[in-house]
Write a protein that binds this ligand. Structure first.
Ligand SMILES: Cc1cc2nc3c(=O)[nH]c(=O)nc-3n(C[C@H](O)[C@H](O)[C@H](O)COP(=O)(O)OP(=O)(O)OC[C@H]3O[C@@H](n4cnc5c(N)ncnc54)[C@H](O)[C@@H]3O)c2cc1C
Ligand code: FES
Length: 316
């Protein structure tokens, strides 16, 4: 992977200014604006308007990192139509396969759901800074809402790739030096909880919550998260005394709740913002967000300076 496309920074987190300038350099260099004509390998109906799209896209799959997105030109739309940003849900460089999971919410995603095997789909990317990878063995808490679990799946897989055959289960005795990976996943109903079997197959401990109580805890995704902290008696791991790292992707109210908890607990947290985007590469200023920058505030572009921001940076 070239320096221009490498989005993953190592913990401890860089300051926001460092992270933003690196992302901006990469985006503005043009290297991340690479496009690829991908081939549709399969389109799977996951129910309730969700689809899993597998694409033959060797260059994008080789460059993609967790938390990045691709800007998709939807084939059935007019060529002048804007691209749609979709997170990378998985990338297999060896097979040259990129996996996306999307929800049909409007014209673009409805048209994307009509592609057939063999169709060509133009991708720009991978774009955005992505999640930093936690240190080896860190305890990882993933918090996702709806299709927000898509980039978290890729992150979980990458974390486990670095664990040399370990799965995501936590012995809690800390003897193997590996913290567990827990997914706290929320949605309106059980149909909105995606990829649960895929996470479980990785050994990730899954804690569901639904608004209607159709699966898991009835209520918001923060309910099982708070219960999990309460059950183990606090933020530090009982054996290793380390604090977990949180990674969240979903609607803004959920991200804000995670941000506030992480600040209160003193735990690292990384939040991936979902924002309407136009150009996707930092040129149009259509996706700006006000952030804290020391004692002042600054305006950044979610597409090029994010979409991932550390805890305490977003001005909600
Ligand atoms: C970095 C990033 C990653 C994303 N990853 C995924 C993903 O993995 N899977 C997925 O299904 N979607 C993802 N999205 C959201 C996706 O881009 C939008 O749902 C899509 O562009 C909508 O296009 P449309 O033409 O179908 O809907 P439109 O007709 O454009 O809009 C339909 C409705 O959806 C709302 N909407 C549009 N875009 C967004 C948005 N970004 N956030 C919230 N509401 C929106 C509109 O306000 C409107 O109410 C991501 C967005 C971003 C910024
Ligand atoms: S979408 Fe154009 S600057 Fe972000």
């Amino acid at each position: 992977m070239s320096a221009a496309t490498a989005p993953v920074s190592a913990f401890p987190a860089p300051s926001f200014r460092e992270g933003a300038s690196r992302a901006q350099t990469a985006a503005d260099s043009g290297a991340r604006r690479a496009t690829e004509s991908a081939t549709v390998l399969s389109l799977e109906d996951l129910g309730a308007g969700y689809r899993r799209l597998r694409l033959g896209a060797p260059a994008t799959a080789a460059a993609a990192a967790p938390g990045q997105f691709v800007h998709v030109r939807v084939p059935a739309l007019d060529a002048s139509a804007m691209r749609r940003p979709v997170s990378v849900c998985d990338a297999d460089p060896a097979a040259g396969v990129l996996t996306l999971v999307f929800k049909i919410v409007g014209r673009g995603t409805a048209a994307l759901a009509t592609v057939r095997e063999g169709d060509r789909v133009d991708l720009m990317g991978p774009l955005g800074n992505g999640f930093p990878l936690p240190p080896a063995g860190a305890e990882v808490l993933l918090v996702g809402g709806g299709y927000g679990v898509a980039p978290l799946y890729f992150l979980a897989r990458k974390v486990l790739d670095g664990r040399d055959g370990q799965d995501g289960r936590d012995g809690l005795d800390g003897r193997d030096g590996q913290g567990g990976i827990h997914l706290f996943v929320g949605g309106r109903t059980k149909e909105d909880l995606l990829l649960l079997d895929d996470f479980r197959a990785l050994g990730v401990d899954v804690h569901p919550a639904t608004d209607d109580g159709s699966l898991g805890t009835k209520g918001l995704v923060t309910a099982p998260l708070d219960a999990w902290f309460a059950a183990r008696g606090g933020v530090v791991h009982p054996a290793t005394a380390a604090k977990p790292a949180l990674f969240a992707c979903g609607p803004a109210p959920m991200l804000r709740a995670i941000d506030e908890r992480a600040q209160a607990l003193g735990a690292d947290a990384w939040l991936s913002l979902d924002r309407r985007m136009l150009c996707g590469v930092g040129a149009c200023l259509g996706c700006t967000q006000v952030v804290r920058d020391g004692d002042a505030t600054a305006t950044v572009r979610v597409c090029a300076d994010g979409p991932v921001f550390p805890r305490g940076r977003i001005v909600w």
